[in-house]
Write a protein that binds this ligand. Structure first.
Ligand code: ATP
Length: 653
């Protein structure tokens, strides 16, 4: 297809959308420039289906050596490409290696033009080279590694053995990648795909593996795959499962590679690789973030002549996040931490409704118990809404974290995907990779545990060129962490919103909230949340360098207990108290939970900052949040003493 035809087709696509400003675009086409999708500034900020490849690319251009690798070998042998906003991304129809069936499928989905990362990695991947690809969240990395590898597989005839292994850190992401693979291979004869992740029957996994015929492409989470590699046998039980992999896999993809190569998963990945054939094997590593803690590690997985494609160029930290997302933070005083979150969510629902927009919210929490508590609370709060039975249509409220059954996780994920208007309270199982359409807001309750987590959570909105909003709700105690961990990323204080919230708090809402908090189920979850907060904040404050975290942590959780209207302060286990060296802390003897004094809303007069001795120590942070608080573990373990102690498996989130 000529580029003129392609331009015409894309123009038809654009014409069908009313919010695209057409005149300058048509001007460029008429002026003979063909690829009008280059008009980044014209499309930016619209919700066009047409991909705008350079929406976030910096103005300066050119091929420079990658700044995130310093190894001499890589400087000499590997090729580094930084994003070049003056280059024009190709249309898929221009690729001579792309088979017509795949092209047709892409066109049916309205995917015509390659994104920057897809274009820059295509030639290398299709020719079998190792690639390290870095591009912003929502910029199409999945197709960047799937489409060219599928072409490689199609060019060869061996499809009855496992040839390609894709590893993802979470079940939701593995399932999503698998669905895309399944969609792509449906149009091809002979290629089969299978997904392996925990929480489902291992026997069912095995049904698709047979000595004579195995799936060509397997997507898996590390835990379940390793379990099978080490323990499972093929159905006739005369051959270990590992045999399906150890002489046939010649393409390995690590999606969200920085997560897979950090201390939590690294050993599992190394063990999985020990079951794969010796090189030559093509290795593809993709992510939106590559923190310094894994930069060195990354090199050891790649051939010396690998290609590095960096579409972010993040010397400027502000360029790490997507431009079409509006980021800001609000501050809730300690004694308003519950009311503040509820009020913020309600405010978004009301404003979206008055603007006749759908509100599809993802609310990230730092512990699973906080996720459950807020879900239960918000559901009960909405039920108490006098308007709910009459006029307003309430959004569905959903909960997603690792302590739910797999069935429930999958159903929730699917319901949220399909909903136009919904609130998903979630832990970091949803932080990476998942591609829910049209998420309007990402709310982060508390400071994310590290910079990467912040970026990936935020990346659940404003995907594929769309717009979105990211809000961080912070306690005054967390403000220093914002300055340190997230330094350089512009997350301004949203004064307008803060004032709106303060002015709209009402007695009516306070009463409603009190009634919701008095519900016994909410109270039960509140007690769990109290315990979870203890471990989480203790660990976080220590890692952020707070000098005496105990007093602050007790003040915080006791204030939470009061606000949650808990009859008694929940007991904390002797073991946990001992672990943090606070068995004799005076707060433990002054027990009674004072009754909640009411109040809904924000009051900035009560803000105060805590005493931190250091900042921005995110790179040193290891270990888990709530599970650490509950199960114990030493600093030594968290900081690299024991691989077992360091393991932050997907199932712990
Ligand atoms: N060339 C394209 N044109 C239009 N849409 C595309 C294109 N490539 C991918 N998409 C769509 O963009 C969305 C985001 O893609 P994808 O999930 O692969 O992003 P990602 O870069 O992996 O994000 P993350 O870093 O969050 O994992 C998906 O809905 C996908 O279908």
């Amino acid at each position: 297809m000529s580029s003129l035809q392609a331009a015409r087709r894309s123009m038809q696509c654009m014409l069908s959308r009313s919010n695209v400003r057409l005149v300058p675009v048509l001007g460029r086409i008429c002026a003979g420039q063909g690829r009008f999708f280059q008009s980044a500034s014209i499309l930016r900020g619209t919700t066009s289906l047409i991909w705008n490849p350079n929406a976030n690319a910096p103005i300066d251009t050119g091929i420079t050596s990658s700044h995130w690798f310093s190894s001499k070998a890589s400087a000499v042998l590997s090729t580094d490409i930084d994003s070049d906003s003056d280059d024009e991304s190709r249309y898929f129809s221009e690729l001579k290696d792309l088979n017509p069936r795949t092209l047709e499928l892409l066109q049916k989905k309205g995917i015509d033009c390659m994104t920057d990362i897809q274009d820059k990695t295509w030639d290398a991947v299709v020719s079998g080279k190792d690639v390290l690809g870095k591009s912003r969240t929502g910029s199409g990395k999945t197709l960047a590694f799937l489409l060219p590898t599928l072409e490689r597989l199609l060019q060869e005839s061996n499809h009855t053995q496992c040839r390609m292994l894709i590893i993802s850190p979470t079940r939701e992401l593995a399932s999503q990648i698998h669905k895309t693979v399944a969609d792509l291979v449906k149009a091809q004869d002979g290629i089969q795909a299978q997904v392996l992740y925990g929480g489902v029957s291992k026997g069912a996994d095995m049904k698709r593996f047979d000595r004579r015929k195995q799936p060509t492409i397997v997507t898996a989470t590390p835990g379940r795959l390793l379990d099978h590699l080490e323990n499972s046998w093929l159905n006739d039980r005369d051959q270990p499962f590992a045999d399906c992999f150890n002489d046939s896999v010649d393409i390995l993809v690590l999606d969200e590679m920085d997560r897979l190569l950090d201390l939590g998963f690294r050993q599992d990945i190394q063990r999985i690789i020990s079951y794969l054939p010796e090189q030559p094997r093509q290795t593809l590593l993709f992510s939106a973030t590559v923190p310094p803690s894994v930069q060195k590690e990354v090199q050891s997985y790649l051939q010396p002549d690998h290609l590095t494609v960096d579409c972010i160029q993040d010397e400027d930290p502000n360029l790490q996040t997507v431009k079409t997302v509006k980021q800001s933070h609000v501050i809730v005083p300690r004694d308003q931490m519950i009311a503040g979150v509820v009020q913020l969510i309600e405010h978004i629902l009301v404003s979206s409704s008055s603007e006749k927009k759908n509100a599809k919210l993802m609310v990230f929490c730092n512990t699973t118990s906080q996720t459950t508590f807020l879900t239960q609370l918000f559901q009960t709060y909405l039920q108490n809404d006098p308007a709910s039975s009459t006029t307003t249509r309430q959004p569905i409220v959903l909960e997603l974290h690792s302590k739910l059954s797999q069935n429930s996780r999958s159903n929730t994920s699917e319901r949220f995907r399909r909903s136009k208007s919904a609130i998903l309270f979630t832990s970091d199982v949803s932080a990476r990779g998942v591609d829910y359409p049209d998420v309007s807001h990402v709310i982060q309750v508390g400071c994310a545990r590290d910079r990467e987590t912040y970026i990936h959570r935020l990346g659940r909105t404003a995907r594929a060129g769309k717009e979105g909003e990211g809000l961080v709700v912070l306690l005054p105690d967390e403000l220093d962490a914002l300055d340190g961990l997230l330094s350089g990323i512009e997350i301004p204080h949203n004064l307008e919103l803060q004032q709106d919230l303060e002015s709209t708090s009402s007695d009516n809402n306070s009463k409603r909230l009190e009634r919701a908090l008095d519900d016994w189920q909410v109270a039960e979850k509140g007690a769990d949340c109290y315990r979870g907060m203890f471990g989480f904040y203790f660990q976080q404050f220590r890692e952020w360098g707070m000098r005496k975290p105990a007093d602050t942590v007790f003040d915080l959780i006791n204030s939470f207990a009061d606000q949650a209207r808990l009859q008694e302060r929940p007991t904390l286990s002797h073991k946990v108290l001992k672990q943090y060296g606070v068995l004799d802390h005076p707060s433990l003897s002054s027990r009674p939970a004072s009754s909640y004094q009411g109040g809904s809303g924000f009051d900035q007069r009560r803000h105060h900052r805590s005493d931190f001795s250091g900042r921005g120590r995110g790179d040193q942070r290891r270990g888990n949040n709530e599970s650490f608080g509950r199960k114990g573990g030493s600093d030594k373990k968290r900081n690299g003493g024991s691989a077992k102690g360091n393991r932050r498996r997907e199932t712990r989130w």
